[in-house]
Design a protein around this ligand. Structure first.
Ligand SMILES: C[S@@+](CC[C@H](N)C(=O)[O-])C[C@H]1O[C@@H](n2cnc3c(N)ncnc32)[C@H](O)[C@@H]1O
Length: 602
């Protein structure tokens, strides 16, 4: 019989626990740690496997007597196991007895009593499970409640993370009057609709003042039925009550899409398209951008010709039948093919490959291109070894993968590498002090459902000559920071041509250097505008022109953009205050994002 010391080091339960954490261990591995050693003829793993098999689901009810019946388990070991079980049960019971069940508005009020004295308006959310047990109480906003400023995402994003079944909102009126204002009514309507769409119903919205309260639930519920909330997974929703109250209450599909589609539908343990660090990404501006596009533009075909992370295209797929993505970076192209592709792929296959990648231990690996170049610099030595090994493995297995599967694995690896990189978010430099971040853990991506999609990896000005679209969204770089240089490690990882690298930041020979980061940016932009065959041009730009740092100074002025657009048609300009990426030298007082919408002359 093999002894535990004969098992390779990486498979030993204790080492595995220390390297990967408890979640990586099977039940019998965990029990093996508790048992410590095996008996004659059975190593500790076999012994624990026998015990788990023997008691199965009854494990938590095992007694000392049951245990000593197993050959090799003496009283001391039996006591050890039985005590551990009792300890867990005890804590579990304590936790359960702390459960707070919210039965009605009075329970809510007693939990939020402190709000009555607050001098500023607060919005607080209670997250409940299917039995109306409180999962979390969270302050959503402080200060005047305004429909325009409050985004449903702030309420429902934590709800999805907590797996909440429903929410209750409480808002205070420092004025002393608890009756809802027109603004309150609008906010309730917005949140209630969003909850309905998200499948996380809003059970009640309560307004409190110093001596009074107003509950929408109580107001809408017929008093004779009592005021208790409904639980057990069939929570009464304010949405349904509004509908019953007001048959003319309208919630059109268009309105839903316009307002709420960008709330991420978080699929646990999956990578979402926006889960990466990328300079100039528009993730936080999507609501603003699309509120304008939806109003100002029409048509079926949307082209995102400097697509970056692709988040703008992701929203465009909800509004346009055909979406085109383009960016000249290799890593972005791979990510688009993975998330937006419509070719076949096998979910089980991808999940299993990723699972096997997560079981790789760096101690078992030889150094490789990636670890030799980037280990101890952009990544911890261990993580770099694993990343390099996996990338090589994907390449070797290419023939067994569909193209979509190939790009899906590369995209997962790119996101994972970005997450654990020893950087501020780009690869122009790494922290001098090596991170001991060995937490390599790869997750599958959560692809986006699309209708018609076109994916390109071309220079935008060359592509512009070849396409005819309804809306062309143009979001070029604004300053001299070259994206291909900032994300060179991701480029190298995608191309996997193992280039010679130069300088402290270990960059390859320059490739895909953008004219939009150079002094001829204005001329390139003029050429692009001239060549694009589109009904509408939508241009994002910002006003960092006043920047103290050369590298973050705009390459085209806002006036120049307007002048160039005049040649194409009539232009409307929209602006918004926004904070953005800052490498330290940029003064972003007054920082504004601009959106130019030009309707082309026919
Ligand atoms: C401001 S970012 C776009 C951000 C994007 N809208 C998002 O939300 O993530 C500009 C992008 O243009 C790409 N790019 C720069 N010059 C290009 C060119 N000449 N042709 C194609 N892509 C270019 C860069 O790689 C970068 O991803």
């Amino acid at each position: 019989m093999p002894k535990i010391k004969d098992i390779p080091k990486i498979d030993r339960p204790r080492e595995k626990f220390l390297q990967k954490g408890a979640d990586a261990l099977s039940k019998s591995d965990l029990l093996a740690i508790l048992l410590g050693s095996g008996i004659k003829g059975k190593n500790v793993r076999q012994l624990s496997e026998n015990i788990i098999k023997k008691f199965g689901k009854n494990f938590l009810n095992i007694t000392v007597d049951d245990l000593v019946e197993i050959s090799g388990i003496g009283q001391a070991k039996a006591l050890q196991i039985a005590s551990a079980i009792s300890l867990v049960k005890r804590f579990y019971a304590d936790e359960k007895s702390n459960e707070i069940i919210i039965k009605n508005s009075q329970d809510v009020l007693s939990l939020t009593y402190d709000l009555r004295d607050k001098k500023k308006e607060h919005l607080v959310c209670l997250y409940l499970n299917a039995r109306n047990s409180l999962l979390k109480k969270e302050i959503i906003s402080v200060g005047l409640l305004d429909k325009a400023l409050l985004h449903p995402r702030e309420i429902f994003y934590p709800a999805t993370e907590l797996n909440a079944a429903s929410v209750i909102l409480i808002h205070n009126h420092p004025s002393g009057d608890s009756s809802p204002s027109e603004k309150d009514n609008q906010i309730v309507e917005k949140i209630v609709q969003a909850g309905e769409i998200m499948g996380i119903p809003v059970v009640d919205f309560i307004i409190v003042s110093e001596n009074n309260h107003y509950s929408f639930y109580e107001k809408l519920k017929k008093q004779k039925e009592g005021f208790d909330y409904i639980a057990d997974g069939i929570q009464g929703t304010l949405f349904a009550m509004f509908e019953a109250e007001k048959p003319a209450y309208e919630i059109t599909a268009e309105k839903i899409q316009e307002n709420y589609f960008y709330i991420p539908q978080v699929k646990k343990n999956h990578i979402q398209l926006h889960n990466r660090r990328y300079i100039g990404n528009k993730h936080k501006l999507l609501e603003w951008i699309f509120s304008i596009i939806n109003k100002e533009c029409s048509g079926d075909f949307f082209a995102d010709i400097f697509a970056g992370t692709g988040v703008v295209s992701a929203v465009a797929t909800k509004h346009f039948n055909h979406v085109l993505l383009n960016d000249f970076l290799h890593s972005n192209y791979a990510i688009y093919r993975a998330f937006f592709g419509n070719e076949v792929w096998d979910k089980n296959k991808i999940d299993n490959i990723i699972k096997s990648y997560n079981n790789i231990y760096s101690d078992d690996l030889d150094e490789n291109y990636f670890s030799k170049k980037f280990g101890g610099k952009f990544f911890s030595s261990n993580s770099a070894k694993i990343i390099g090994f996996i990338r090589e493995n994907i390449e070797k297995n290419k023939n067994n993968l569909t193209e979509r599967e190939y790009y899906m694995l590369i995209a997962s690896l790119l996101y994972t590498a970005d997450k654990i990189a020893n950087t501020v978010g780009h690869f122009d430099a790494y922290f001098k002090k090596e991170l001991t971040n060995d937490s390599f853990f790869m997750k599958p991506i959560d692809p986006i459902n699309v209708q018609e999609i076109s994916i390109f990896q071309e220079d935008a000005n060359i592509l512009a000559k070849k396409i005819k679209v309804d809306v062309a969204y143009i979001d070029p770089p604004y300053n001299s920071r070259q994206y291909s240089r900032f994300y060179h490690v991701l480029e190298t990882l995608t191309k996997w041509d193992k280039p010679k690298l130069y300088g402290v930041a270990l960059k390859p020979e320059p490739e895909n250097m953008s004219d939009y980061c150079r002094n001829n940016a204005k001329d390139k932009f003029a050429e692009l505008v001239r060549d694009l065959d589109a009904q509408y041009l939508v241009i994002s730009y910002n006003n960092t022109y006043d920047s103290k740092s050369n590298s973050s100074r705009n390459k085209i002025t806002l006036q120049e953009i307007e002048k160039i657009l005049q040649t194409k048609g009539s232009t409307k300009v929209f602006e918004k205050n926004y904070r953005h990426f800052n490498a330290g030298n940029t003064n972003f007082n007054n920082h504004k994002e601009y959106l130019f919408v030009t309707k082309a002359k026919t």
